[in-house]
Design a binder for this molecule. Structure first.
Ligand code: UDP
Ligand code: MG
Length: 314
């Protein structure tokens, strides 16, 4: 039977949420009266998530799972889901019930009005600390300013996409995934609906600040060259100022002969130049490290076990 809707669920230490998640998703999919599959990607959880998913799969044939050999990260987990989903439409949703499963109905209905992508935009976010909310807001706005791709602000990966978009995503070879940017880049007809993001049902976030920073840098380096231009600009700007200072130094030394052992000016220019150079090298380094990742062409993820027939992949 053809599957109409695949639901992709990246899971990292969500043991306390899995059964409620399964219940709410099954209900909404049944209500929609679509043929569906629920694809759980266990991204190296350290809790009992995998055991729970395996149990679900025994009871419910709609439950598919992919168990990674270790933690590869949220975006890669979603990618593995896309690689194995067979549905005509695919929805990506967090496993901690922050994205209400019931919204899938609205996403589905909106898509059927004739869109390739319907994303869910966060009107509000409950139960997240000030720093997380504020840094996320700032990040989306900076990204918007420095990229020419129209990446929607305040939008995560909670969305529905159709088969065409999923197949294109699978063709995009980059190793550092920033799916919400890649989907915006693809184009076609995209729209959104707004929702109030709930609090996490149980457990705690798997996105540490470290992971968030890496993710933000992936987004920026994949969709903007402005930081590289900034490095060049800063270089020219500082060189210009330095040139004037050099003229001034020569003038004082040879014309007015009014010079003092200039410890202060040397220190200032040294530190300033050193700072600008390090920033520029750092920016270049961020791009180069990602380029080398792409050149290595390692597989994105390693599957330990799965109940998805692998030959369905292509
Ligand atoms: N997640 C994952 N791998 C990770 C971190 C998170 O698969 O390394 C999953 C997690 O289980 C959840 C989704 O990605 O389903 C969003 O993560 P989380 O809720 O921890 O992030 P937040 O909502 O706090 O940004
Ligand atoms: Mg969450």
């Amino acid at each position: 039977m053809d599957i109409q809707l695949s639901v992709i669920l990246p899971v990292y230490n969500e043991g306390q949420n899995i059964s409620l998640l399964h219940e709410r998703l099954s209900k909404i999919c049944t209500d929609l009266s679509v043929s569906y599959e629920l694809i759980f990607i266990n991204d190296g959880s350290r809790d009992n998530s995998m055991a729970l998913i395996r149990d679900l799969a025994k009871k419910d044939s709609k439950v598919k799972y992919i168990n990674f050999s270790r933690n590869f990260g949220h975006q890669i987990a979603v990618m593995a889901g896309l690689d194995h989903a067979v549905g005509q439409a695919i929805t990506i949703i967090d496993a901690d019930l922050q994205d209400p499963p019931e919204l899938i109905r609205d996403l589905w209905n909106k898509m059927n009005e004739g869109y390739e992508v319907v994303y869910a935009k966060r009107r509000s976010r409950a139960g997240e600390n000030f720093l997380k909310k504020y840094t996320a807001k700032l990040f989306y706005r900076i990204l918007k300013r420095i990229t020419s791709v129209n990446i929607p602000v305040d939008t995560g990966d909670f969305r529905i996409i159709n088969r065409k978009i999923a197949d294109i995503l699978k063709q995009m070879p980059e190793q550092h995934k920033f799916l919400r940017g890649q989907i915006a880049w693809i184009g076609f007809r995209q729209t959104y609906i707004e929702y109030a993001r709930d609090e996490r049902n149980a457990g705690k976030t798997g996105y540490t600040y470290r992971k968030m920073l890496r993710f933000a840098l992936d987004g920026i380096t994949s969709f903007s060259n402005v930081p590289l231009k900034f490095a060049t600009f800063a270089g020219f700007f500082v060189s210009g100022i330095s040139f004037i200072l050099i003229l001034y130094a020569l003038y004082s030394r040879f014309i007015t002969k009014d010079y003092v052992p200039g410890w202060t000016s040397i220190m200032i220019s040294l530190l300033f130049l050193g700072g600008v150079q390090l920033i520029s090298i750092g920016i270049i380094g961020e791009y180069i490290s990602r380029m080398s990742g792409n050149i290595r062409k390692r597989p994105l993820y390693i599957i330990g076990e799965s109940n998805v027939e692998m030959d369905r992949k292509d």
